[in-house]
Ligand binder design. Sequence first.
Ligand SMILES: C[S@@+](CC[C@H](N)C(=O)[O-])C[C@H]1O[C@@H](n2cnc3c(N)ncnc32)[C@H](O)[C@@H]1O
Length: 339
Amino acid sequence: MSQWIGTANQSYAPYAIEELRRLLPGASFVQLAAGEVFLMSCEQERAETLEAIHSKEPIFLRHIQPVDRVIEISGSAIDLEGLSEMIRHARLTFVDKRTAVHIRRSSKTTFHYSASDTKALLDAVLEELDAEPVVQQPEIIISIYAAETQLYVGFASPGDMLSDWPGGAVRFQREDGQVSRAKFKLLEAERAFGLNYADFKQALDVGAAPGGWTSLLLDRGLRVTAIDPADMHPSLLHHHALTHHKRNAADVKLVANTYDLLVCDMSWSPMLMSRLILDLQGALKPYATAIITIKLMHRKPLQTIREVQERLGTAFTILKAKQLFHNREEITLFLQKKQ
Ligand SMILES: C[S@@+](CC[C@H](N)C(=O)[O-])C[C@H]1O[C@@H](n2cnc3c(N)ncnc32)[C@H](O)[C@@H]1O
């Protein structure tokens, strides 16, 4: 038997739960923050649960932490003492390890302390224990979720938690002159799928305007062909490595066997988008990589995703489907052209 705190993007927890029920029959669920954070109890022990989750990672599960300890919140300094004691007891788990402390508070929690104050205190405890408190690239994470009346605490590696960000909430700095917030989606996809865009040469960006994704790929040194009937941002207009076809993607003729990266963030129905991508596939080189967002359009998400995967699966290997933190009413697909 093991317990876990799962997190999905706002209002997508029911789909993460549906996926987990299929992987872990008999699991039970209690919502801790409506539509977003839930407690899962399952019959399987920790290792078996993790194996099931990693064998077919749920699309809508952004983050999962084991529950190793539950502390009743008293609403006073006793709570901080309880957390410190718990870490001292588990000393061997952290000694000589790069250890991050992640704290999330539900809006209804009776835990008084801010995440930063709690983290500062627990970092000091970790130093006492010869652990190395870090923010980036931890080997182990102490993850604390402050629910209404209880603190749920778990220790695990970033891989086991599916993210090295608290609750899987990936934050990027907004830059001056950034063309669009959409850029964060492509940045997050690069990390989530273990890619380096600089490894590619020629990108095709379908549904590219105003050009957040295009600008990122240009910055990484790629040549980009952007297709969109809408205008690209003025800052991109005269970029030497950019070609803009200002029209509907269905009306563009492209040179065959040219692109090693396809990105597509088109605001269109998933089925039409799939057909269009299949029509464009001749322009891609064999084994080209593709990053595509699927707009969920208020339809049954899991069914929509299955249908899109079936269609695109005729020409592409589906490497991963994931709702990233920066995806709103959509998910991101990571594909490789078959040949
Ligand atoms: C969400 S925006 C893309 C944002 C872009 N990724 C960025 O980083 O700035 C969706 C774009 O898809 C374009 N689009 C919708 N249908 C299209 C089609 N049939 N052909 C080409 N572009 C299309 C829209 O004009 C719109 O600019």
